[in-house]
Ligand binder design. Structure first.
Ligand SMILES: CC(C)(COP(=O)(O)OP(=O)(O)OC[C@H]1O[C@@H](n2cnc3c(N)ncnc32)[C@H](O)[C@@H]1OP(=O)(O)O)[C@@H](O)C(=O)NCCC(=O)NCCS
Length: 190
């Protein structure tokens, strides 16, 4: 097994590979192919593949943001899971990320992969998006430690410090902040 930067001629194939695993119902894409393509031109070192001989068996895609690197997509072929390939991909991704002088790697995880990121030393955070007209009056005094607050056109976005991964906390945050849009984010300092 070989881990390396994906050659640009293979990127479309790698994109289809991750779509089949991460978006099997073919919902509307959150990150269109044009964004993947543009970012791979800008920073190709963050588009990494695991290969068994010539066969692609895992990918990780990264995107440069202002102060952090977003780990956007990560997937390993079902047949090859739990053999340490995901760990090797993320370790290589972190090595490439360290060269880019950013503070963090950040990602939003699917429920099934949360344990994987914890094992890799990522710190969980809660991320809540609240439409402006639904923001509770005393949201700063609810008891959650808000470490970042940003106002977008449509909603207020809060990043909240937590000490552990706990679904009850997510449910409480949904109720207290009056929104269904609460997810766990994971972050590792570079
Ligand atoms: C998450 C993923 C990339 C991990 O790749 P991998 O090659 O299986 O990872 P590793 O073998 O290095 O590590 C596996 C460890 O992570 C955890 N883990 C990985 N996938 C898991 C899953 N689907 N459910 C529960 N735990 C999982 C386990 O603790 C596992 O340890 P174990 O093998 O001792 O049980 C892979 O499972 C995958 O592609 N899943 C489907 C897509 C996905 O969820 N991607 C992440 C999107 S945020």
């Amino acid at each position: 097994m070989d881990i390396k930067q994906i050659p640009s001629k293979d990127l479309k194939k790698a994109d289809i590979f991750q779509q089949v695993i991460l978006n099997p119902e073919k919902r509307k894409r959150y990150r269109p192919w044009s964004t993947v393509y543009k970012n791979s031109k800008r920073e190709p070192s963050l588009f990494i593949g695991a290969y068994d001989k010539d066969k692609l068996i895992g990918i990780v895609f990264g995107f440069i943001k202002k102060s952090q690197i977003l780990l956007g997509e990560m997937a390993v072929s079902e047949k090859y899971r739990s053999k340490g390939i995901g760990s090797k991909l993320i370790t290589y991704f972190e090595k490439q990320s360290r060269k880019l002088n950013k503070k963090y790697i950040e990602l939003g995880a699917l429920g099934s992969a949360e344990k994987f990121y914890l094992k890799q030393g990522y710190q969980p955070l809660l991320f809540a998006q609240i439409p402006h007209n639904k923001v509770p009056k005393h949201y700063k005094k609810i008891g959650f430690e808000i470490i970042k607050e940003t106002n977008y056109k449509d909603a207020k976005k809060l990043t909240i410090k937590v000490n552990k991964l706990d679904d009850r906390l997510k449910i409480k945050a949904k109720k207290d902040f009056n929104t269904d849009n609460v997810i766990y984010l994971f972050r590792k300092r570079l």
